[in-house]
Design a binder for this molecule. Structure first.
Ligand code: PPS
Length: 289
């Protein structure tokens, strides 16, 4: 990797310098009534939920969902200065828009809360998120080199990776779910029972879809189908940012891939720290891994 971006700190969150440089405009983003926000910690199934939501909103019409790459159909707010669509294009999109963010709940642009926008959150278990993020950071230049893995595990536990602490992110959205209009979903649940989780998303968005349409959406959003769909697999990502997008966005799509990276000793340290960091929440992932 020729160039490597650096992390800095904004409002207590570690974030790439490229995003920090435009922080005021990002935080002051003007959401509109009816906008839907897909919010996640990185590598938690964002792209998957993006495709599900676009298909739900369009009644399972796969042709409409071929109208452009996923990152154009559902723009990424914090990246609007890094790649297209930029802020002007996002502002020009007709309502209702579907948007993506990785920001922690306290840093979501306040206009989303002011307009009581619907927010769909996807949480993924910590070890698989870390594993996916490690592979992503190896191939994408916006963050520092993640090698060696042992050091990456330490940084992840401290929240010294892009978008800060996974622990605070999942816990704070969990606490906020009843205060705001938030649907809290889990990657592992979508994997286990996609129809059921897609039905929840549809209900949350006020869409009544037939069983046939729900089944169709579940099929179109399997890992295998999305991986080969150029409009869903992020293969059109700018090459200067992502040299080999297939290694970043549609890598394995499994639950439990962390087992390929963690040593027994790393696991022990990670689990002890996890217990401590997750001791003050009712949120659990234990039966989902
Ligand atoms: S990003 O860059 O933060 O927006 O990445 P994100 O989309 O959140 O997460 C990428 C991981 O999600 C997996 N993925 C899927 N899993 C199952 N089914 C489907 N359809 C699917 N689509 C994406 C993707 O493979 C990444 O996980 P890993 O573990 O790296 O394979």
């Amino acid at each position: 990797m020729a160039t490597r971006g650096k992390l800095t700190v904004v409002e207590g969150m570690a974030i790439s310098e490229a995003i920090a440089a435009n922080w005021d405009e990002i935080y002051n983003f003007q959401a509109r009534p009816g906008d839907v926000l897909i919010a996640t910690y990185p590598k938690s199934g964002t792209t998957w939920m993006q495709e599900i939501v676009d298909l739900v909103v369009h009644d399972g019409d796969e042709q409409i969902c071929q109208r452009g790459p996923i990152f154009e159909r559902i723009p990424f707010i914090e990246f609007s200065h890094v790649m297209k669509p930029g802020m002007e294009e996002i502002n020009a999109m007709p309502s209702p828009r579907i948007l993506k963010t990785h920001l922690p709940v306290q840093l979501v642009p306040p206009s989303f809360w002011r307009h009581k926008c619907k927010v769909i959150y996807v949480a993924r278990n910590a070890k698989d998120t870390l594993t996916s993020y490690f592979h992503f950071d190896k191939h994408v230049g916006i963050h520092p080199d993640p090698e060696p893995f042992e050091e990456y595990v330490r940084r992840f536990m401290k929240g010294d990776v892009g978008w800060g602490s996974w622990y605070d992110h999942v816990k704070d959205f969990w606490e906020a779910r009843d205060k705001h209009n938030i649907l809290y979903t889990f990657y592992e649940d979508i994997k286990k029972n996609p129809q059921q989780e897609i039905r929840k998303v549809a209900k949350f968005l006020g869409k009544e879809l037939s069983e046939d349409v729900l089944n169709k959406i579940a099929k179109l959003t399997t890992f295998e189908v999305m991986k080969t769909n150029p409009m869903a697999n992020a293969s059109g990502f700018p090459k200067e940012l992502v040299a080999q997008s297939e290694k970043c966005f549609m890598r394995k799509g499994k639950v439990g891939d962390w087992k390929t990276l963690f040593s027994a000793q790393q696991l022990e340290i990670f689990e002890a720290d996890y217990k401590q960091q997750m001791s003050n929440t009712t949120l659990t992932f234990s039966d989902k891994i």
